[in-house]
Design a protein around this ligand. Structure first.
Ligand SMILES: NC(=O)c1ccc[n+]([C@@H]2O[C@H](COP(=O)([O-])OP(=O)(O)OC[C@H]3O[C@@H](n4cnc5c(N)ncnc54)[C@H](O)[C@@H]3O)[C@@H](O)[C@H]2O)c1
Length: 394
């Protein structure tokens, strides 16, 4: 196959990384850029010597050599653009999260299935050696039956960050907070490494530190089909930042902290030992090992673009398919639904219930600068002018 014509849609923020990654992937030929901001699109097209468009459908029509697009717009636009692309026979690499609602993700997946086009999603952290190794350990059965999982996704954002674009941290513009923007990578890695999704989630989402209407903190309990329990914390209210995943099983336990992976191998199966030992105070021996990791190689968006090209070139699935990417969104939607209803939520999330909730949240969206967060200082009440005494008025 010769070079594959590609265009980038949404070019100001992370779209810049897409443009660089497309340039750094020899099998792609960047043919166009597209952004609703006409000035930005024009300037970018001029800078790179490619065509510039403000409407993706017009772009598909104008240049049939565009066989693939990457989407780097705010989340709500991922589904309509990806579906239009499928209808035009164009392959898609969408930014995370795949969509805001699982029902929209379903529609994207169905559209690409019908068109027999590829739908890939940007989850570049999947290529970090520590993460890939952790998944390999679980998948190999080295941990045995899993009993407990943990995800800590401690991140941080300032108020200035949230104010940097009108769509951020509003139900209308973003459709969620930390669960839809900062934590999707962690949620994706967590379910990918575990190799299983919980069947039920009970969560509380809160707005703790920022003047925003969506959540900046989420806590959840997760129950898996095999009886295992999970704990999940995600926030943009904590420093130092921390990405921690723990998985404990009958044969071993792994702890992933950033790019450091430790594994404790039990000398005997925990469940078997528990049932068969006749010693009152005893436990299976466990030895911690630092897990050796391979070279990282090319990372970030460039790695994702290399993989997207490989998938198109070999007509095989990308590293992260639409179905894979829907899992982290399933977790996020389940947590928001559980918190809003005050009840545990079964997975897969009830699409109708989530769509109805989102409609309600959007209708009550008060937008940028308005908040119910405790952190927003309340304006001091104006001092009431003192009433003159009757005597003085006389
Ligand atoms: N993979 C990552 O690590 C990573 C990092 C940052 C952002 N993201 C994701 O990328 C997306 C964009 O985030 P950002 O921070 O770059 O946003 P941004 O606001 O900085 O940029 C978005 C761009 O999209 C354009 N745009 C908006 N609607 C459009 C439409 N319908 N058609 C064409 N262009 C449109 C805007 O004009 C703007 O230029 C989000 O979904 C975010 O979650 C992913």
């Amino acid at each position: 196959m010769g070079k594959i014509g590609i265009a980038v849609i949404g070019i100001s923020g992370v779209g810049r990384s897409h443009l660089q990654a497309a340039k750094d992937t020899p099998g792609f030929e960047l043919r166009a850029v597209c952004d609703v901001n006409a000035q930005a699109a024009e300037a970018c097209g001029k800078e790179l010597g490619v065509a510039a468009y403000t409407d993706h459908k017009a772009m598909f029509k104008a240049d049939p050599q565009i066989k693939a697009v990457s989407i780097a717009t705010p989340h709500w636009f991922h589904p309509p653009i990806a579906i239009d692309a499928a209808k035009a026979g164009v392959h898609v690499l969408s930014e995370k999260p795949i969509a805001v609602t699982v029902s929209d993700a379903d529609r994207m997946i169905a559209a690409h299935k019908k068109a027999k086009t590829t739908l890939a999603v940007v989850y570049q952290q999947r290529f970090r050696p520590a993460l890939a190794k952790a998944r390999e350990l679980v998948a190999s059965g080295a941990l045995g039956r899993v009993n407990r999982t943990l995800l800590v996704a401690a991140d941080y954002r300032t108020n200035a960050y949230y104010a940097s674009a009108g769509w951020r941290a509003t139900w209308k513009g973003e459709g969620g907070g930390v669960l839809l923007n900062q934590a999707p990578h962690d949620l994706d890695l967590f379910q990918w490494i575990c190799g299983a999704m919980p069947r039920e989630i009970y969560a509380k989402t809160e707005t703790k530190m920022h003047p925003i209407e969506v959540e900046d903190c989420a806590n959840a309990l997760l129950w898996y089909a095999n009886g295992a329990i999970g704990y999940l914390y995600a926030s943009t209210c904590e420093i130092p930042r921390d990405q921690r995943i723990e998985i404990a099983g009958d044969k071993g336990k792994l702890i992933l902290e950033g790019d450091k992976l430790r594994f404790a191998r039990l000398k005997e199966d925990l469940r078997h030992f528990t049932a068969t030992t006749d010693k009152k105070w005893s436990q299976p021996e466990a030895a911690w090992e630092e897990v050796a990791l391979g070279e990282p190689g090319v990372q970030g968006h460039t790695r994702v673009f290399h993989d997207f090209h490989r998938a198109l070139d070999t007509n095989s699935p990308p590293a992260v398919t639409g179905e894979d990417a829907r899992n982290s969104l399933e977790l996020a939607n389940a947590m928001i639904l559980s918190s809003r209803t005050g009840k545990p939520v079964k997975l897969p999330v009830n699409r109708g219930a989530y769509d109805a909730l989102m409609k309600k949240l959007i209708a009550t969206s008060i937008g940028r600068g308005q908040t119910t967060a405790k952190s927003k200082p309340k304006p001091k009440p104006k001092a009431k002018p003192k009433k003159k005494s009757k005597a003085k008025r006389k």
